[in-house]
Design a protein around this ligand. Structure first.
Ligand SMILES: [Mg+2]
Length: 173
C-alpha cells in the first residue's frame, strides 16, 4: 500500500486551528468539509454556538463552504439547512463525485479549495485523489459508528506505516 496517498497536507487539532490567512495567501477560496466528527460529534445533530460563529467568520473572510458527508440526507440536511450551507449527502467518499459536486457548487477548481476531515481512508484519501489540499483534524469524539470503527482499524495500520517511513509530521497522542 502506498501510504503517501493517505497523507494529509496539513494536520490541526480542530477546525478552529485552521490558518485562514495562510489559505487565502495560497489562493484558496473554498472549504469542503466533512460533517461527522469533523464539525460536530457523529451522534449530535446540530451546530454548536462556537461552530456557528466560526462559519460566520469564515464566510466574512470571503470563503465558501460546502459540507460533504457520506451520511444520509436527513442527517446532513438537518445540520446544514438551518445554517444555509450547501451540502452533498451520500457523497461516497473517497470516490471523487462528491468532491466534484462540491467544487461545482462553489464554481471553483480543485486548486482553489481545501478538504477538511477526520478520516484518512475517506476524507483525506479522496481529497488527495481529486487534487485538493487536504487538512486532517482530530475526531471530535473517540467513539464512532460501526463502519467508521472498521475504517479506524485500517487507519491505525496506515499511521503505523507512515510513522515507520518517517512521513508523520505531527506527534500522535
Ligand atoms: Mg468524519
Amino acid at each position: 500500500m502506498i501510504v503517501q496517498k493517505y497523507l494529509p497536507n496539513e494536520y490541526v487539532e480542530d477546525i478552529y486551528k485552521i490558518d485562514l490567512e495562510k489559505l487565502k495567501e495560497h489562493g484558496i477560496k473554498g472549504i469542503i468539509t466533512d460533517l461527522d466528527n469533523t464539525l460536530i460529534a457523529w451522534d449530535q445533530p446540530y451546530a454548536t454556538e462556537e461552530l456557528k460563529s466560526w462559519f460566520e467568520k469564515v464566510k466574512s473572510q470571503g470563503f465558501q463552504i460546502v459540507v460533504v458527508s457520506n451520511n444520509n440526507k436527513e442527517r446532513t440536511g438537518a445540520f446544514a439547512e438551518p445554517l444555509n450551507l450547501p451540502f452533498v449527502h451520500r457523497a461516497k467518499k473517497p470516490f471523487s463525485q462528491g468532491y466534484k459536486r462540491a467544487l461545482q457548487k462553489m464554481n471553483l477548481s480543485q486548486d482553489e479549495a481545501v478538504m477538511v476531515g477526520d478520516q484518512l481512508m475517506t476524507d483525506i484519501f479522496g481529497g488527495n485523489r481529486v487534487g485538493l489540499h487536504t487538512i486532517l483534524v482530530v475526531p471530535i469524539v473517540k467513539t464512532d459508528g460501526i463502519w467508521t470503527r472498521f475504517n479506524r482499524m485500517i487507519e491505525r495500520r496506515l499511521l503505523k506505516k507512515m510513522k515507520k517511513q518517517g512521513l508523520l509530521f505531527w506527534e500522535e497522542n
